[in-house]
Design a protein around this ligand. Structure first.
Ligand code: MLT
Length: 402
């Protein structure tokens, strides 16, 4: 008789964003005339930039003729993209990675979930709270024990360094959901902790393009020693608008090793290479050519303009929440704004109220973990004028609750 992985029974019934989509669909069906403004899931709204569109058209044309057609590509990505990433994202910041430390994928969500395949069930996993739900759910599926690291006002939403030895720790900066950014000093504390405890840091830097302050690190590898304790995940989704195109990458440095009980050192780069060759067939040629175009001078300037637009919207939302009298953080160097619910309302109650009374969709903080209770998240990815309108509706609703 087939036996299921009963760890799945320990998951919450629905994935956070599926639950939100379901509540919004129910509301929309019952209120067909409602003018709904969506600031829930962090999905981009600006179209692809011209440099990317041109590269994609060219790639499609190549595939239209037998001489230049592309079938299966290298599972770990085409050399042209791995090299462009090395130069554009790392060498430019004096991080001297090589292309065979970069693994191209269909996005950071799948990689942050799949990476758990490399690690035994007995690992103690540290996860910041509130957090992007994929880290929690995939570790629950894998039956690993989770130690939550609360992130709140008391520690600047950065989490205190644990006083216990954890084997794996997930970090995300700029943070989803709070928009908090890590200083160089704080990241160095995490790296030192990891090195001292033989712990691996899973560093999600999907939102690094939103960093504008010169002294905030974009990559964990800007911290000395991180190449011996960290895996980094990046995405083109929020920067270049690839949420529908799908392309991202994961960095597994060759210096990163795990030691077996008999003292043998095992390369995580080799294990991930083996896992991906078996379970993944590469991102499409077209999406990889599209991603490569992000590193051309035109692509860079165009993508920066898109990110600047979202950051401008983020300031408007942040200022609006302050006008509403709600405590908030984020929205600076990050596309997410994290605000306290009015009158101490539970997150899901406020979510439902906002949806039903103002037709505005946010994400309830409790959906990101226990420490998110009493907060909600807004994204800056919606259209600017629609975001302004949403802010005014929130302000008006909050007034009625005081
Ligand atoms: C979010 O809203 O947290 C993200 O868009 C979800 C994701 O990137 O998968």
């Amino acid at each position: 008789m087939a036996k299921i992985n009963t760890n799945f029974l320990n998951l919450q019934n629905r994935y956070l964003f599926s639950e939100i989509a379901s509540r919004v669909n129910t509301y929309a069906a019952a209120n067909p005339a409602a003018d709904i403004i969506r600031m829930g899931i962090g999905d981009v709204t600006l179209p692809l930039v011209p440099a990317v569109i041109e590269a994609m058209h060219k790639a499609v044309d190549e595939c239209a003729s037998a001489e230049t057609f592309h079938g299966y590509g290298p599972e770990h990505g085409y050399a042209f993209l791995r090299e462009a990433i090395c130069k554009g994202d790392y060498h430019s910041r004096s991080v001297m990675l090589s292309p065979d430390e970069i693994f191209i994928s269909d996005g950071a969500k799948s990689d942050t979930g799949n990476i758990g395949d490399l690690f035994a069930t007995c690992n103690k996993v540290g996860i910041t709270d509130p957090v992007y739900p994929v880290y929690v759910d995939t570790n629950v599926m894998g039956g690993k024990s989770i130690h939550f690291i609360p992130c709140g006002v008391e520690n600047g939403f950065m989490g205190d360094i644990p006083d216990t030895a954890l084997d794996i720790v997930y970090l995300c900066f700029p943070n989803n959901p709070t928009g908090a950014v890590a200083t160089r000093e704080k990241l160095a504390e995490w790296v030192n902790y990891a090195l001292a405890n033989n712990c691996i840091i899973m560093y999600d830097s999907a939102y690094e393009a939103f960093i504008r302050d010169a002294d905030i690190p974009h990559s964990i590898y800007e911290i000395p020693g991180a190449e011996r304790c960290a895996i980094e995940f990046r995405s083109f989704s929020k920067t270049a608008g690839f949420t529908g195109i799908r392309c991202g990458y994961t960095v597994v440095p060759k210096a990163l090793k795990c030691t077996l009980e008999d003292g043998t050192q095992v390369s995580l780069n080799a294990l991930w290479e083996r896992r991906q060759s078996c379970k993944f067939n590469g991102a499409s040629y077209i999406s990889q050519r599209a991603a490569e175009a992000v590193y051309t001078p035109e692509g860079r300037a165009q993508v920066k303009a898109s990110v600047d637009y979202y950051l401008g919207t983020a300031s408007i939302i942040r200022e609006g929440m302050q006008r509403a009298g709600l405590e908030c953080i984020g929205g600076q160097n990050a596309p997410y704004i994290w605000a306290r619910t009015p009158a101490g309302m539970p997150s899901w109650d406020f979510f439902d109220l906002l949806l039903n009374k103002a037709s505005v969709v946010v994400t309830p903080g409790a959906g990101f973990g226990q420490a998110g209770e009493g907060w909600f998240r807004l994204t800056a990815f919606a259209d600017r004028e629609r975001s302004r309108e949403a802010v005014e509706r929130i302000i008006a609703l909050v007034k009625t609750l005081k």
